[in-house]
Each structure stands twice: as structure tokens, then as C-alpha cells.
Design a protein around this ligand. Structure first.
Ligand SMILES: NC(=O)c1ccc[n+]([C@@H]2O[C@H](COP(=O)([O-])OP(=O)(O)OC[C@H]3O[C@@H](n4cnc5c(N)ncnc54)[C@H](OP(=O)(O)O)[C@@H]3O)[C@@H](O)[C@H]2O)c1
Length: 228
């Protein structure tokens, strides 16, 4: 059975883009948010909002984040923070340092955060892990090639989420990757067709529906699934 509000959510990358809009919509419906940001000055405090500074790629910072949550409970953890490599993603000019940074932030950091926050999730009622992936992670859908860093990192994230779902199913902890569409944010750019409010609303709907049946899946923001 779905827990009633208020729920306590943790959202990374909460200061702009999809993460910022997730925070706005969650707070509008009365949920409490732990907003994780890299720069603590990038998001103001608000009623029901706790702002915690954490560079998700820094293991010591993630350990401090878990210590700050301490004995508290979390209902949902949203691994939203992510990067699009600026350059070095095309064959012939691959920048492997940049690719490694992309994997560290987009794939390893969400797994590290999931592991570090498991005790708090176990104390929560909903027990959900959601990770922002991308249609660009889809191997089935890769007809144009290229974009090595982003595609590989998000595909690795997809695999981490599936293993989390399998490993934690016995405890009633659900994990899924969400495809948010192509969204009008700094990362998505002006050509993106989807307003950030629409994408965030769809992402929240998929997380609200996340259960034993959909855990381990690659969920599309408009419903249904994105092909692996
Ligand atoms: N926009 C799209 O079209 C699209 C499509 C598919 C998937 N996605 C995914 O959706 C998620 C959100 O994307 P977006 O469009 O909202 O991106 P965005 O506007 O570029 O925002 C990225 C967020 O991630 C944070 N972040 C990056 N590196 C971080 C780090 N090391 N530690 C902590 N926070 C960090 C940023 O914080 P700072 O402000 O400190 O940099 C920012 O809050 C990402 O995972 C992205 O890959 C987006």
C-alpha cells in the first residue's frame, strides 16, 4: 500500500534543471525534500527543505551526506545529478579523462549514494531508488553511434539499477532508471521539445508507481518503458 504524505525525498542535483523542478513539485504537494547540491549557495532554504552540499563524485562528501542523514529515514532517493561531457566524445578525438569523469558522476556516484543511503531507506516507508537515465543509454535505440561517454555511463547506470533491484527485492526496496525525455534544461538545450515541468511531472508519476512489478525497469517519463 502507498504511504500517505508527507513523504521524505532526497534529490541530487536539486539546484537547477529537472532536479530543481522535482523539488518544486514535491514541495507543492507537501512532501519534505533533502535537496543535495554541489554548491550550497545555489539553492535557498525553504520550509520543509533541507539543503545539503555534496559533490556526488567525491566519496568523502557522500560519506558526509550519509552521516548528516544519520539515523533519519528516507522514503525515496532520486539520483538526478548528471553531466554531459563538454567535449571528447567523438571517435578519433576521444578524451578518456573526460569519459572517466562522466562515468564517475553518471554511473558510479548514483551507486555509491544508493549504498550509502540504504540504512535510511530501510527506515523509510516507501523504500524507492530512482535514477535519471536517458534514451541515449538505450543500446536497442542506438542507430546514430557516437556520444561514447554519456551513452556508456548511462548504460552502466542502467545495469547498476537492475542489480540493485534484484539484490534488494527481498527487503521490499525498489529501484528503477527513468528516461526523462529530451528536456529544456541547461543540458537539454533550447532545441529540446519537452518543458521541464512536464518531464518532472512524468518522472514523479513513474516513481510514484514504482513497485515490485516495475522495479528493475527502464521507465519512460510518459509511461511504459524505454527499450534496453
Ligand atoms: N535534459 C535532458 O534532455 C536529459 C535527457 C536525458 C537524461 N537527462 C538526465 O537528467 C538528469 C538531470 O538533467 P538536467 O537536464 O536537469 O541537467 P542540468 O540542467 O545540466 O543539471 C545537472 C544537475 O546535476 C548537478 N551535478 C552535476 N555534477 C554534479 C556533481 N559532481 N555533484 C553534485 N551535483 C552535480 C548540477 O549541479 P551544478 O549546478 O553544481 O553543476 C545540476 O544540478 C541528468 O542525470 C541527465 O543526464 C537529461
Amino acid at each position: 500500500m502507498e504511504a500517505t504524505s508527507p513523504q521524505r525525498w532526497l534529490v541530487t542535483g536539486a539546484n537547477r534543471g529537472i532536479g530543481r523542478e522535482l523539488v518544486r513539485q514535491l514541495e507543492a504537494r507537501g512532501d519534505a525534500v533533502v535537496a543535495v547540491v554541489r554548491n550550497p549557495d545555489s539553492l535557498a532554504a525553504a520550509p520543509g527543505r533541507e539543503v545539503i552540499a555534496c559533490d556526488v563524485a567525491d566519496p568523502a562528501a557522500v560519506a558526509r551526506l550519509a552521516a548528516t542523514i544519520g539515523g533519519g529515514a528516507l522514503d525515496v532517493v532520486v539520483n538526478n545529478a548528471g553531466v554531459w561531457p563538454d567535449d571528447g566524445q567523438a571517435l578519433g578525438g576521444l578524451d578518456f579523462d573526460e569519459l572517466a569523469r562522466c562515468v564517475a558522476i553518471n554511473a558510479l556516484a548514483p551507486l555509491r549514494i544508493a549504498e550509502a543511503l540504504l540504512p535510511a531507506l530501510r527506515r523509510g516507508r516507501l523504500k524507492k531508488l530512482a535514477h535519471l537515465s536517458s534514451g541515449m543509454a538505450s543500446i536497442a535505440d542506438n542507430t546514430s553511434g557516437g556520444w561514447y561517454g554519456y551513452r556508456m555511463a548511462k548504460a552502466a547506470l542502467n545495469m547498476a539499477s537492475r542489480s540493485l533491484a534484484r539484490d534488494l527485492a527481498g527487503e521490499g526496496i525498489w529501484s528503477a532508471v527513468i528516461d526523462p525525455g529530451w528536456v529544456q534544461t541547461d543540458m537539454g538545450g533550447r532545441a529540446a521539445p519537452t518543458p521541464v515541468a512536464d518531464s518532472a511531472r512524468g518522472v514523479l508519476a513513474q516513481i510514484d508507481r514504482l513497485d515490485a512489478r516495475t522495479s528493475g525497469g527502464f521507465l519512460h517519463w510518459q509511461g511504459g518503458t524505454t527499450p534496453w
